[in-house]
Design a protein. Structure first.
Length: 239
């Protein structure tokens, strides 16, 4: 940052304003996703996925904590197998590339029915993983992590309900960066969404943090090599 500021000092007055605005919005991966930022582990995952250490600040002020609050405010108790209508996907984080794509990586939280997790592996072209006590899926374009939340903030919650889905979406421009291995990308996506989900679960006061762990160690359970059409259908379903 000090080097960046020195460069600014030598610029003309006309370009000073432009660069000053850019510099004021610049953040490291550690300071993404709200005022509390990301864990060092999640920040490293972001840097790997984006192949960059420079990011533009999210001026919308999104955070996992704010998304968790909205989730609690919208929560309606119900049977875990009941189909849910009008599922609200609450944006928890926007990651913008510095001098590049805005919203290149995003994360959302939602409450879903148990049937969602059982149907997941049928339409992805990626891998099924275990993260702590939870099921997770990683594929070209993102990852889904599911966890249960028993909390006083979710009236009537139990070991069977609700099921929270933390969903990561990654822009197509980042899917196949030079030197990135598919397995490493899938794990990095899971490490990132795990960090965001853990922050939300702590904020909600989920019992045992929803089974999430601060040190994410994705364990591959099964690989799925679906057709391009099935992968496309999965991407469409998540938009």
């Amino acid at each position: 940052m000090s080097v960046f500021c020195c460069v600014l000092a030598g610029c003309t007055a006309g370009s000073d304003e432009k660069h000053h605005s850019s510099a004021s919005h610049f953040v490291s991966a550690r300071h993404l996703c709200g005022s509390d930022g990301l864990s060092p582990e999640a920040a490293k995952a972001v840097e790997y996925l984006a192949n960059s250490t420079k990011f533009d600040k999210d001026l919308g002020g999104l955070s996992p904590q704010a998304a968790a609050d909205a989730l609690a405010g919208d929560y309606l108790p119900g049977h875990p197998t009941d189909p849910l209508k009008d599922v609200k996907q609450l944006r928890a984080c926007d990651i913008n590339l510095h001098d590049g794509e805005w919203g290149a990586i995003t994360a959302e939280l939602s409450i879903v029915s148990d049937s969602e997790i059982h149907d997941e592996s049928s339409d992805i072209n990626g891998g099924t993983y275990r993260l702590g006590k939870n099921a997770a899926y990683s594929y070209p374009g993102g990852a889904d992590l599911y966890f249960k939340c028993v909390s006083d903030q979710l009236a009537g919650s139990s070991l069977d309900h609700p099921l929270v889905r933390a969903e990561l979406k990654v822009a197509p421009s980042l899917w196949h960066l030079p030197g990135h291995k598919e397995a490493d990308v899938q794990k990095a996506q899971l490490v990132l969404i795990n960090g965001i989900a853990l922050t939300a679960s702590k904020h909600l006061g989920c019992t045992d943090d929803g089974g999430l762990r601060s040190m994410a160690k994705p364990q591959l359970v099964a690989e799925h090599h679906g057709s391009s059409s099935s992968a496309s259908a999965a991407a469409t379903r998540r938009e």
